[in-house]
Design a binder for this molecule. Sequence first.
Ligand code: ZN
Length: 322
Amino acid sequence: MSYVGPDFEPPRPPRHPLRGPLTVAVAALVPGALIGWLVWQTVGDSGGDAQASPSSTSSPWGRPATPGASDDGKEQPGGTGDSEKPGGSPSASAPAASGSLKGKVVVIDPGHNPGNFQHTSEINQQVNIGTNSKECDTTGTATNDGYTEAKFTLDVARRMRTVLEKEGATVKFTQDGDRSWGPCVDERAQIGNKADADAVVSIHADGAGAGNRGFHVILPGSVHSGAADTRPIVASSRELGERVAGSFLRVTGSAPSNYIGGGTGLDVRKDLGGLNLSTVPKVFIECGNMRDSKDAAHLTSSAWRQKAAQGISEGIVSFLHG
Ligand code: ZN
């Protein structure tokens, strides 16, 4: 996703300048990610501004903090600053045994389409998203070196399919590079609805200004207008999103967004057709900012994309296991 397209809003300032509660949550929820997180904080471009709040007992991802968990924010020794080295090992935190998702349907929505750039008139047609009309689809963003978001989303989605099918899930895509453009955002939602999906995740990477870093998961806000009625899926989508955010952080070692979500890695929106029209639990994830050189180094790394796919998939598996 980028901020130039019609389904985007301008970058918003952080709602809360302090990242303290998150630090507590990270320490409590995903100790394995702590090293990567602290290393990022220490050497990254926002180092030193974390203020752990010992009084915080709940996490921004909805699960209670574990009493006694480390929340002192102390730097771990031996850090290298390479956030590609995750604090948690995917193999050590792999989902449950193969076949555990038998009967579960997961729809993966690779954001945009590599062909959208050549089909601007088609993707600019208006579709009804319940609250209003919007462009059918957008081109997405790209790194400064020209690696497109659409290529990124397809690659991560395919890696996720491998992981999730190994778990026994039935995996469907909204597009698999098998059509010249789109689908439109309303059709993307319909594909998940018609599949009666147990979970839908839309894969994206952002196109914000340099210096804006990290991932965030977008949750559907409560919308009831026209064809859109997200009220039945708001709570379940939040649960899905929290699981995805937690697993993504743990497996990739990436930090939550420093420009959206107040450090929680979560954002709520009511302007995305793909969410507004969904009748099944659905979230978007912005895996990083393609326009930031440090994030771009991750997004263009196949090894990092494998971690991203693993992290998102593990969040889905966790959600589906309840
Ligand atoms: Zn996108």
